[in-house]
Design a protein around this ligand. Structure first.
Ligand code: GLV
Ligand code: GLV
Length: 325
C-alpha cells in the first residue's frame, strides 16, 4: 500500500516523477484557483504528505485532523502560512524551497526597485494611454539608483543576492538582520546597522525579512515618518510586515516618495485596492520567484522533500529538523 500525497495546486507532471514512484498522488486540478478549505480538510484525513502553496493555511485545526500526515512541503521559501509549532509537536516535517529561488527573487526585487525609481510602469502606461505628444526635459524624470544608499532588512540568502546586485550599481549597502552576517560584510561591503538607523539613512529601503511575530507590522506610521521624504520603499517578503494604512498615508502625504510592492496584507488584491491606484506605487502580484525555470526547480525540490521524508531519508530543506530524530 503506497502512501498517499495530495498536491494543492496543479503543477507540471514532469516535476513530480520521483513522487509518483513512491506514492499515490492526487492533485487539485486548477492552476489559478486554490483548493477549497473543506476539500483540503477532507484530503488530510488520509494523506501521508501534502505539497502546499503559500496561500493554503496549514493551521492547528488542519494538523490535528491529519492522523497519517508525516510531511508538509511548502512550494515557497517562506512558511508563515504553516503552524510549525503544532506540526513539530505532532512529529510532522515541514519543508520549504530555499536557495533555489534566491537569485530569481533578487532579480525581481531589484527590477521592482528600478521600475519604481525610474517610473517604468507609469511611463509605459503613458504611451498606452496616448499621452506622449512631445519629448520633455523632465518628462517622467525619476530618481537615480547608482551611488545611492540601499538598506536591506532581512539579510538572508535573498537579501544577500540583492546586495550583490547593488554592488554593480556602486550603491552603499546597509543591512539589518537578527544576526550579523560577517561574510556579507566582507564580500559585499555591507554595513550592519540598527533598524532605526537603516530607515533614516537609506534612499531605498528593501524588505526581505520573513514574517514573524517580530516583523509583523514593522513598517508602521512611526517607521515611515523616520524615513527620508525621498525614500523609496520596496517590499518583496510578506504583506503583513507593513501597516498598509500607514504606508498609504505616507505615500499620499509626502512622507516618502514611492513604493514597489510584490506582496500585500490580504492577497489577492483587486483593482480597487487603495495602494494600487497611487501613481507613485508599482504593484505586482507576488511574483518574486516566478521564473519558469525556478518554478520548475521549486516543484522538483518540494516533490523530493516529500519523497525523502516518506522514505525515511533526510530531506534537503526542512524547517523543523528535530522531528527527524
Ligand atoms: C514566496 O513568497 C516564497 O516564500 O517563496
Ligand atoms: C530567506 O530564507 C532567504 O533566503 O532570504
Amino acid at each position: 500500500n503506497k502512501p498517499y500525497v495530495f498536491i494543492t495546486r496543479k503543477l507540471p507532471e514532469e516535476t513530480l516523477k520521483n513522487l509518483y514512484e513512491v506514492a499515490e498522488v492526487s492533485m487539485w486540478p486548477k492552476e489559478e484557483e486554490p483548493v477549497p478549505r473543506e476539500r483540503l480538510l477532507e484530503e488530510v484525513k488520509r494523506a501521508d504528505g501534502i505539497l502546499t502553496m503559500l496561500s493554503d493555511k496549514i493551521d492547528e485545526e488542519l494538523l490535528t485532523n491529519a492522523p497519517n500526515l508525516k510531511v508538509v512541503a511548502n512550494f515557497a521559501v517562506g512558511f508563515d502560512n504553516i503552524d510549525v509549532d503544532t506540526a513539530t509537536k505532532k512529529g510532522i516535517a515541514i519543508c520549504n524551497t530555499p536557495d533555489v529561488l534566491s537569485d530569481t527573487t533578487a532579480d525581481l526585487t531589484f527590477g521592482l526597485l528600478m521600475a519604481t525609481a525610474r517610473r517604468i510602469v507609469e511611463s509605459a502606461q503613458y504611451i498606452q494611454e496616448g499621452k506622449w505628444k512631445n519629448w520633455g526635459p523632465l518628462l517622467m524624470a525619476g530618481t537615480d539608483i547608482h551611488h545611492k544608499t540601499i538598506g536591506i532588512i532581512g539579510m538572508g540568502r535573498i537579501g544577500q543576492a540583492v546586495a550583490k546586485r547593488a554592488t554593480g550599481f556602486e550603491m552603499e549597502i546597509l543591512y539589518h538582520n537578527r544576526s550579523r552576517k560577517e561574510a556579507a560584510e566582507k564580500e559585499l561591503g555591507a554595513t550592519y546597522c540598527s533598524f532605526e538607523e537603516l530607515i533614516e539613512k537609506s534612499d531605498y529601503i528593501v524588505c526581505l525579512a520573513p514574517l514573524t511575530p517580530e516583523t509583523r507590522g514593522l513598517f508602521n506610521e512611526k517607521a515611515f515618518k523616520q524615513m527620508k521624504t525621498s525614500a523609496i520603499f520596496i517590499n518583496a517578503s510578506r504583506g503583513d510586515v507593513v501597516d498598509e494604512q500607514a504606508l498609504y498615508h505616507a505615500l499620499t502625504n509626502g512622507e516618502i516618495q514611492a513604493a514597489g510592492l510584490d506582496v500585500f496584507q490580504n492577497e489577492p488584491i483587486g483593482a480597487d485596492h487603495p495602494l494600487v491606484n497611487l501613481p507613485n506605487v508599482v504593484a505586482i502580484p507576488h511574483i518574486g520567484s516566478a521564473s519558469v525555470e525556478t518554478r520548475m526547480v521549486m516543484a522538483e525540490l518540494a516533490s523530493r522533500n516529500i519523497t525523502n521524508v516518506l522514505l525515511g531519508k533526510k530531506p534537503e530543506a526542512i524547517v523543523n529538523e528535530m522531528v527527524l530524530t
